[in-house]
Design a protein around this ligand. Structure first.
Ligand SMILES: Nc1nc2c(ncn2[C@@H]2O[C@H](COP(=O)(O)OP(=O)(O)OP(=O)(O)O)[C@@H](O)[C@H]2O)c(=O)[nH]1
Ligand SMILES: [Mg+2]
Length: 447
């Protein structure tokens, strides 16, 4: 298993120069190590920022610093921690780390501070993983979702579900342990009802997870349609600049053009493509092939039609081909007289900008199932979603067994216990060492 009896050190701030850089030391020896390199003779006081200096082995001063000692268990890792804030210069910070190594610290592995926080019970796995997400967040919304998870909102919801399962299992086991009493502690109808309640709660978490995932991972939205309908114009409208060339000639766009846009907090990769038609030359043929590949991997397709022209065969074919895909039909050129009526979809004019807000909202709604992303405590991590889905499957199986009637309690119990095991794996109550390696290896050193 992981060793936690030694003291680890690393630079906790990002590489590069800045006003402040922090070296973090954690473990039973951290205070001794810190005090040995500080020029101040008095011992460090708990949670007091102390202005002093760090000296190298040669007693040359390395830097003026502020050292803060956090005694266990009230620290990030739950162990004794000393944080040394020096000036944000990689050479200075490295010298402080080297000094700590000389005195007996070991260089921390990636994510090892957070791993220790987990092993010492300061954070569960959801929270530890949220630290990595929060650090990696690229949009304010991503940061919000990660922070909600860090605060333990989801942990609380999952623990609640787990507690209900636990009490149900206890009742069923009691029935099993006293079979001769001829008395059931819990009737099948009651079991079925209680399982249904838990399934309902997991359903709610899973449906919010769809939103959480899109927020965390972002989405790829690909603009498709026959030539000249205004794909590039709509792409530019959503990007907010004239990124793609727009021209009256059909076949203007020949390669994929992509841009990152922030739609209501969602990180969307928007892709403009070459119009689908019989290609006139080799370059266009390749462009159209690329367009097809891009639409293959799209989370969502924007199928653009020219509202001022009757629907063509190319349009009909495209609509037919994509009928099973997640898509929004965008009828463009609403500033011109309409050539056909269409139910549903969004009507816009890329020229005047009319309908742009409707289109943005429709994209967000289609990607997340929500009108607005304000209320966003949601599972977002695939590992969590996968385990929750497995728990769900076992519970549905359990309920089916109960409803069939006459099933021995043992079978029902087996499913319920398996469901609980999955839930516990989410928060990390049961985890293997290899899983922990897998999770914490993704962190950088110093976290
Ligand atoms: N009146 C009107 N014209 C538009 C509108 N949107 C685009 N156009 C015009 O339609 C023509 C084609 O626009 P593009 O955006 O280049 O169309 P595209 O679908 O990207 O075309 P390809 O790249 O050739 O497949 C240009 O002349 C645009 O100015 C609109 O909302 N109203
Ligand atoms: Mg184009």
């Amino acid at each position: 298993m992981f060793s936690t009896d030694d003291s680890i050190v690393a630079v906790a701030t990002p590489p590069g120069r800045g006003g402040i850089g922090v070296v973090r030391i954690s473990g039973p020896e951290s205070r001794r190590i810190a005090e040995a390199m500080l020029t101040r003779r008095e011992p460090l006081e708990a949670r007091m920022a102390t202005f002093t200096r760090v000296a190298a082995k040669s007693t040359d001063v390395i830097d003026e610093v502020v050292a803060t000692y956090f005694p266990a268990p009230r620290s990030y890792t739950g162990e004794d921690v000393v944080e040394i804030s020096a000036h944000g210069n990689p050479v200075v910070l490295q010298a402080i780390v080297v000094r700590a190594l000389e005195i007996g610290a070991r260089l921390a592995e990636p994510g090892e501070f957070t791993l220790r926080a987990f092993l010492n019970g300061k954070r569960d796995l959801i929270q530890a993983e949220a630290v990595a997400d929060l650090i990696a967040a690229a949009t304010p919304m991503q940061a919000r979702v990660a922070c909600d998870q860090l605060e333990g909102t989801l942990t609380g919801q999952i623990s609640e579900i787990d507690a209900e399962l636990f009490s149900l299992i206890a009742s069923l086991e009691a029935s099993l342990d006293f079979p001769d009493e001829g008395y059931h502690f819990i009737q099948p109808a009651e079991t079925s009802r209680r399982v249904a309640v838990v399934v309902g709660k997991i359903d709610a978490l899973l449906s919010a997870a769809r939103r959480g995932r899109v927020i965390r991972e972002g989405a790829t939205v690909v603009v498709v349609g026959r030539p000249n309908v205004g794909k590039s114009s709509i792409f530019n409208l959503l990007v907010g600049s004239d990124r793609a060339i727009v021209a009256a000639v059909a076949g203007t766009t020949r390669d994929l053009i992509s841009e990152q846009v922030d739609l209501d907090g969602l990180a969307v990769t928007l892709v403009d493509t070459a119009g689908a038609r019989e290609a006139t030359d080799e370059i266009e043929r390749e462009g159209i092939a690329r367009a097809e590949r891009a639409s293959g991997i799209a989370t969502l397709l924007l199928i653009v039609l020219d509202g001022s022209q009757p629907l063509s065969r190319d349009d009909e074919q495209l609509l037919g081909r994509t009928s099973d895909r997640s898509s929004i039909v965008v009828t463009n050129k609403a500033d011109l007289p309409a050539a056909f009526e269409r139910e549903g979809g969004v009507s816009v004019s890329a020229r005047t900008g009319a309908g742009a807000e409707d289109l943005r909202r429709a994209i967000v709604r289609s990607l997340t199932g929500e009108e607005s992303l304000r209320d966003s405590a949601a599972l977002s991590n695939v590992r969590h979603i996968e385990l929750l889905t497995q728990a769900h499957t076992r519970l549905v199986a359990a309920q089916r067994l109960v409803d069939i009637g006459d099933t021995p309690e043992e079978f029902v119990l087996a499913d319920l216990q398996a469901a609980r095991a999955h839930l516990e794996e989410i928060v990390g109550a049961r985890t293997s060492e290899s899983l922990l390696h897998h999770i914490f290896d993704k962190f950088c050193i110093g976290k």
